[in-house]
Design a protein around this ligand. Structure first.
Ligand SMILES: Cc1ncc(COP(=O)(O)O)c(C=O)c1O
Length: 447
């Protein structure tokens, strides 16, 4: 049988190029990671050939004896690792997992979801008006306080007056510990379901560097590809608390996933999730996660030394949010902007994402901040010493582009943005840092 290179040299070459890119840069998008070879082996296996609509021992297709064993193993590993009585490992990804929970428990166009606003670090699927969550359900967004922290008293007041049917806790860009116990009390106080979306911090929960929501929430969803270091995918878990509140809960969730929202599960993905869960049981995973958090803290400390402003003043987890609005060469102008910085950092070999900061006066395309995290670079073996170097590179890049301030006038922005990219791609200082980073990353092999 012909291999990829022979069948499709174009795609083969592009994959090789991407492989090289991933090796040569500092991958610091906090939702990304490098999976193991074992996970990729399962993902690229013959399991991709099979159809298995339904659940183990209740399938609509024949030939699923082995798939049943694989899916059951994945479920059992998830249950053991997180300490829950029920796990559904079929959601294709995090967004469909959240959709399944809403469709299982809510009536569209009637019931309310209360979630952290996208502008304050919540996910699109927590009720943004541009996502199905905001289009099909009534939304009550909550925000962070002026310190960039969750304000549990305010959240309680809002929940009491709005009476949502589901409260979503969990975030995409929140650098601090989430108090699941307080969220549980708030939800119990109004008889709402508590959905903990631990997509970002699942690995930290397994590695015991973040408290678990298991005792306080009814349902938990997580993606499997972030700090958990598995393949792209997701799981929905039901807790004992949830089953006590609603004995039908697990059944409702399962039916919402299939046949409610999805058809056949991706069995290769299920097997790869099972492998990742097995890896996460190993004591080395805890060592890894502890280093992820130590690295994020070390990076924060170094960035603060350079005068960066961090949302909430630092981090307790794997990510940090830099508010760039204090970086102004000319106070009369718009200041350094997240979009420009993210672009310049990439030219230098550091990959992050632009991100809104709480109460951001700027639009989402030109937000005032950047979000960065340590899961992927820690997988490569980097430690606190390397964070000192990385902080210094980040500072050098921003100092280099400090004079490039986004025009305050909206009409001039897109022309400026285009010109900026053209110019910055050839910036000698940034290209010099890129060379240094290429050499540096060679010492930290990708798995
Ligand atoms: C908290 C949270 N929930 C859900 C998702 C959605 O996951 P996916 O991109 O796999 O749909 C994300 C992804 O960034 C997330 O951060």
């Amino acid at each position: 049988m012909k291999n990829l290179k022979a069948v499709d040299p174009q795609i083969y070459e592009l994959i090789r190029e991407e492989e090289k890119r991933q090796e040569e840069v500092l991958e610091m998008i906090p939702s990304e990671n490098y999976t193991s070879k074992a996970v990729m082996e399962a993902l690229g296996s013959v399991l991709t050939n099979k159809y298995s609509e339904g659940y183990p021992r209740k399938r609509y297709y024949q030939g699923n004896r082995i798939i049943d064993s694989i899916e059951t193993l994945a479920q059992e590993r998830a249950k053991k690792l997180f300490g829950v009585p029920h796990a559904n490992v079929q959601p294709y990804s995090g967004s469909p997992a959240n959709a399944a929970v809403y469709f299982a428990l809510l009536e569209p166009f009637k019931d309310k979801i209360m979630g952290l606003s996208l502008a304050f670090g919540g996910h699109l699927t927590h009720g943004s008006p541009v996502s199905f969550s905001g289009k099909y359900f009534n939304i009550v967004p909550y925000e962070l306080n002026e310190k960039g922290l969750l304000d549990y008293d305010k959240i309680k007041d809002l929940a009491t007056s709005e009476k949502p049917k589901i409260i979503v806790c969990g975030a995409t860009a929140y650098p601090r510990i989430i108090d699941f116990k307080k969220f549980g009390e708030i939800a119990d106080g109004i008889g709402a379901y508590l959905l903990a979306d631990i997509s970002h911090i699942a690995g930290l929960i397994v590695g015991e560097t973040h408290p678990s929501p298991v005792s306080y929430s009814d349902v938990i969803i997580t993606t499997t590809h972030k700090t958990l270091r598995g393949p792209r995918g997701a799981m929905i878990m039901v807790t004992d608390k949830g089953l006590k509140k609603d004995p039908e809960l697990a059944d409702k969730i399962d039916k919402a996933v299939f046949p409610g929202l999805q058809g056949g599960p991706h069995d290769n993905q299920t097997a790869a999730i099972a492998v990742a869960l097995r890896e996460a049981q190993d004591k080395l995973f805890k060592v890894y996660i502890e280093q992820v958090v130590r690295n994020a803290k070390a990076l924060s400390k170094e960035l603060l030394k350079f005068g960066f402003s961090l949302v909430s003043g630092g981090t307790d987890n794997h990510l940090l949010l830099i508010d760039l609005s204090n970086k102004k060469a000319n106070p009369a102008k718009g200041g350094v902007n997240g979009a420009l910085v993210a672009y310049a950092l990439e030219v230098a070999g550091i990959v992050v994402n632009k991100n809104a900061v709480p109460n951001d006066p700027m639009p989402p395309f030109y937000p005032s901040g950047i979000r960065l995290g340590t899961p992927a670079i820690t997988t490569r073996g980097m430690k606190e010493k390397e964070m000192v170097k990385i902080a210094s590179w980040i500072n050098q890049v921003i100092e280099e582009i400090k004079g490039d301030e986004l025009p305050k006038e909206k009409e001039s922005r897109s022309y400026f943005w285009k010109e900026f990219r053209r110019r910055i791609k050839e910036n000698k200082r940034l290209l010099g840092i890129n060379e240094e980073i290429k050499k540096f990353t060679q010492k930290f092999p990708v798995p």
